[in-house]
Design a protein around this ligand. Sequence first.
Ligand SMILES: Nc1nc2c(ncn2[C@@H]2O[C@H](COP(=O)(O)OP(=O)(O)OP(=O)(O)O)[C@@H](O)[C@H]2O)c(=O)[nH]1
Length: 302
Amino acid sequence: MAEEAPTRAGFVALIGAPNAGKSTLLNALVGSKVSIVSRKVQTTRTLVRGIAMEGSAQIVFVDTPGIFKPKRRLDRAMVTSAWGGAGDADVVALLLDVRKGVDEETDAILEKLPELKQPKVLILNKIDLIERSKLLELAASLNARIGFAHTFMVSALNGDGIDRLRAELAKMMPEGPWLYPEDQISDAPLRMLAAEITREKIYERLHEELPYQSTVETDQWQQRPDGSVRIEQTIFVERDSQRKIVLGKGGQTIKAIGQAARREIAEIAEAPVHLFLYVKVRENWGDDPERYREMGLEFPKG
Ligand SMILES: Nc1nc2c(ncn2[C@@H]2O[C@H](COP(=O)(O)OP(=O)(O)OP(=O)(O)O)[C@@H](O)[C@H]2O)c(=O)[nH]1
């Protein structure tokens, strides 16, 4: 039997200011439509943005929104955990628009980067827009400031440097089994985003009664022959009293949550959506470190 290369899999936290070209880069790296993870949904937690395959390696790109200019109260409260999300990743990648250079926000990010222990890489994007001498100058000055393991110069728009970037990131992934089954790679970001949208709708309506006490999982994402999508999600709460709050009187609350979520999910899915929501009590939810990890939150120790 021929010896196969060991499988590798890991997370790359992609940090980039708005308009640095994250969506364009992910589309180029992943080769499927991931830009659906739109500007509109300003979520706060670590989000899977796309999954790239390179040989036997699986590279899961996660986004840590909220690091740049946290505006909303919840966002501000969660910035620490957004950084925590970056801390969980195997590689932290800083994406920079070379034409824009280092502005105030990026400067603040650069200040914080050394606190993260894992390898960091610098991705200089939009190299099609500036002169080579300026590009090299920028690369040199950033490398003098932070010990980047690699510096990549790419144009996400025309594809320059993308194959090399993907190949090098693959080598940085730890050996281990893939994190996502192959047949879910293309819709994993959508599943997660849909869960995030529903969670956001719950938060909008119930944050006083249910601060951070629910999670949402997308159990089913099924394309139907008529072009619509059937989605089933489970909302997990800690106690039966919370389940009643989520359901509301005569099911009014969950109905409203479902309607609002369905509208937004249909936009990202670009298809009519049938959304089915279930509410379940998960006992001792708060004691399960795995749940915290899934949300990109650190498990409170001690
Ligand atoms: N010239 C040039 N333009 C680029 C390049 N990459 C991205 N852009 C453009 O930069 C703009 C912002 O790109 P997006 O991919 O939407 O960037 P983003 O705002 O970081 O993505 P989100 O995080 O999803 O909001 C778009 O107009 C892109 O076409 C590049 O390599 N060269």
